[in-house]
Design a protein around this ligand. Structure first.
Ligand SMILES: [Zn+2]
Length: 135
């Protein structure tokens, strides 16, 4: 726990992902048998059941698939509200739950975003997303 905050467990499947985050790389798996991208980390492809999964570095770009603005929170997150929790669909086609940093009023479905890294403390960095500047 860091400041009472629940921290991700690095297990056999997810350790390469978290090691990537530590190095500011967003790593996702790709199946060598059917070419599908896979997220969250796992040992078997959910599309074809192959165990031939390799790690690639994502572009870190995607779009907001869905989101909510948290106005009231509790425990270790109480002081952080309001904040935006979103499901981001990466260019590679996988979706991940994350946070969007920046003004909540500008967040909207389908807005383009890119990954950014939030250093929580010495032991924990999290992949968040920020809105791309639109021209
Ligand atoms: Zn597959």
């Amino acid at each position: 726990m860091s400041n009472g905050r629940p921290i991700p467990v690095r297990d056999g499947d997810s350790t390469p992902f978290w090691n990537g985050v530590d190095q500011h790389e967003l790593r996702i798996q790709q199946c060598q048998a059917c070419a599908a991208y896979v997220f969250y980390p796992r040992s078997i492809c959910p599309h074809c059941f192959s165990d031939q999964l390799i790690w690639n570095v994502s572009s870190g770009r995607g779009r907001i698939y869905s989101y909510t603005v948290v106005h009231r929170s509790f425990g270790p997150f109480e002081q952080e509200a309001p904040f935006v929790v979103a499901i981001v669909e990466l260019e590679e086609g996988v979706r991940m739950m994350t946070r969007i940093v920046g003004p909540a009023s500008q967040v909207k479905v389908d807005a383009p975003v890119r990954v950014t890294y939030e250093r929580v403390d010495d032991d924990l960095t999290l992949p968040y997303f920020q809105l791309e500047e639109t021209r």
